[in-house]
Design a protein around this ligand. Structure first.
Ligand code: GLN
Length: 536
């Protein structure tokens, strides 16, 4: 078996250059050459995981199959490559320190003084190599969050320096930097990139490959200049221009030979250029899809990244229906009975978004009421599903005070209740019902038609749940519980069969929708939204 090779992706100059997309693209291109790959992310913050972070801090919290709450970049990794990431793919400074401190308390270090070097750096190195040693991947791609020069990313970079030294040709560093365009001077500037590479070099890391982010096409002269000033071979300098879609990135990177540059650096055979057939077909479909389907996202976070996976799932679903998905954020805090018709006007389908806490929930309930009574295709996800359930209790079952225990501990009609195993939990971090659970779909249900299989696995992130005591009442009144966990009997899906599309899922299907395997629920929801539009 060939030895695992390691690719480190670092970033310089500014954050938000798209390291996650470049890491995913590298993964995709190596995979297309038949390699078995995985991608891992190190985040330099102290939180153990992003689960306790407000989405305004760090965007969506992505959940892996094994129940780790992670950075949203892991969503990109999965959407691009169809790999399943796990706990081992997401680490933070907090987790590294915790593990070292736990070992110290156990006495594992035999009286030694515990220091950043070597103990923290060794723990980082162990976590990088673990993937290679335990799972025998051909390539482990490790993305380092933050920007070179940040105080907090220094231990990670020191670990990379050591690994590069130890592993020789089996490790490369791909550095992503920025080439700004100065409008007044009408010039593209390489200096920030030179400085960022110098910074890396001063930490003992010579980047092997440079990816230059730019808003304007860089000419050969600039690429040569960067190569010369940064000690990087010219065929190892590629540019990453702004693209109409992030999914174009692997093709652009392939055209410029990013994968071959990496393979050459590692003394690996190059072979033929993979065709990327299915991927290119997706891009082709996407380009051709110009007719628009309008989907409204009813939620409280007015931030693109807060519902990242839902957005991407809807874009993918649009493409597979030969439509372009146009998303509009509808702030649930501002929705009232009086303005709901106006705010939802023009939407062919509505997503009621996940979330936590009281803020904005009454607006979600108003939206659910409006779409149910006007038969507008509606998809409630997690908290969104719970709001559909509450709305139904209040307006159909006649329980005006119906609520979730999360919002009103004393409500008499707790149609959404805290899960039994959650009752005595006091720690907030990593204690929800997390990760993949099985769900069995009911015969003759719409969801069974959509999934075309009775047993499904979906990922969860919640503490509250449909209260089974009310199940019969709901079913009699027309809201059916059509998906259940076979062991705990928890209700995972509700639907109103008579409506065009009114389905709520306690789980998050968006975590499993990928470019080449779009999620059937999203594809079917968007299809129905399109039909709704064309019939209207
Ligand atoms: N706040 C709800 C719960 O904990 C829903 C969570 C979510 O939407 N992810 O059950």
């Amino acid at each position: 078996m060939a030895e695992t090779k390691y690719i480190f992706v670092t970033g310089g100059v500014v954050s938000s250059l798209g390291k996650g997309i470049i890491s995913s693209s590298i993964g995709k291109l190596l995979q297309a050459r038949g390699y078995n790959i995985t991608i891992q992310k190190f985040d330099p913050y102290i939180n153990i995981d992003p689960g306790t972070l407000n989405p305004y801090e760090h965007g969506e919290c992505y959940v892996t199959v094994d129940g780790m709450e992670t950075d949203l970049d892991l969503g990109h990794y999965e959407r691009f490559t169809d790999i399943k990431t796990t706990k081992a793919n997401s680490l933070t400074t907090g987790r590294i320190y915790k593990s070292v401190i736990d070992k110290e308390r156990r006495g594992d270090y035999l009286g030694k003084t515990i220091q950043v070097v070597p103990h923290i750096t060794d723990e980082i190195k162990r976590n990088v190599k673990l993937l290679g040693e335990k799972y025998h991947y051909d390539f482990v791609i490790t993305e380092i969050g933050g920007t070179v020069g940040d105080i907090e990313s220094t231990p990670f970079l020191e670990a990379i320096r050591q690994l590069k030294w130890e592993l020789g040709k089996k490790a490369v560093c791909v550095h992503l930097t920025y080439i700004p365009y100065l409008k007044a001077a009408q010039e593209l500037k390489t200096k920030p990139t030179q400085h960022s590479v110098k910074e890396l070099q001063s930490l003992g890391i010579q980047p092997d490959v440079l990816v230059l982010r730019t808003e304007k096409t860089l000419n050969e002269g600039i690429l040569k200049k960067v190569a010369a000033f940064c000690n990087v071979d010219i065929d190892c300098v590629v540019q990453s221009e702004d693209l109409p879609s992030i999914y174009e990135a692997p093709v652009r990177m392939q055209d410029q030979g990013l994968d071959t540059a990496i393979l050459k650096k590692m003394n690996q055979p190059i072979g033929e250029k993979p065709a990327l057939g299915p991927w290119k077909s997706f891009l082709e479909l996407r380009r051709k899809a110009t007719k628009e389907v309008h989907i409204g996202l009813v939620g409280k976070y007015d931030l693109q990244d807060a519902y990242k996976s839902i957005r991407e799932s809807l874009y993918q679903a649009g493409t597979y229906n030969n439509y372009k998905t146009v998303l509009t954020f509808i702030n649930s805090e501002k929705l009232t009975k009086e303005n709901v018709a106006e705010k939802l006007a023009g939407q062919d389908g509505i997503i009621i978004c996940p979330g936590f806490g009281q803020r904005g929930i009454e607006g979600k309930i108003i939206a659910a009421h409006y779409t149910r009574t006007h038969d507008i295709p509606t998809f409630g996800i997690c908290l969104g599903m719970q709001m559909m359930v509450i709305e139904f209790a209040r307006n159909v079952l006649g329980y005006e005070d119906a609520n979730s225990r999360e919002m009103d501990e004393k409500t008499e009609h707790n149609v959404i209740d805290i899960m039994e195993e959650q009752k005595n939990i006091t720690n907030m971090g990593g204690t929800m019902r997390l990760g993949a659970y099985e769900c069995v779909l009911k015969q003759k249900s719409r969801v069974l038609d959509i999934y075309k299989q009775e047993h499904i696995q979906e990922r969860h992130r919640h503490r509250y749940e449909f209260n089974n005591e009310y199940q019969k009442e709901y079913e009699r009144a027309g809201m059916a519980c059509v998906g259940k966990n076979p062991e705990s009997d928890l209700v995972e899906i509700v639907e109103i069969p008579g409506l065009k599309w009114y389905i709520g899922t306690q789980f998050h299907p968006e975590y499993q929708s990928t470019v080449l395997n779009p999620h059937p629920l999203f594809v079917n929801f968007v299809k129905t939204a399109i039909e709704n539009k064309t019939k209207a």
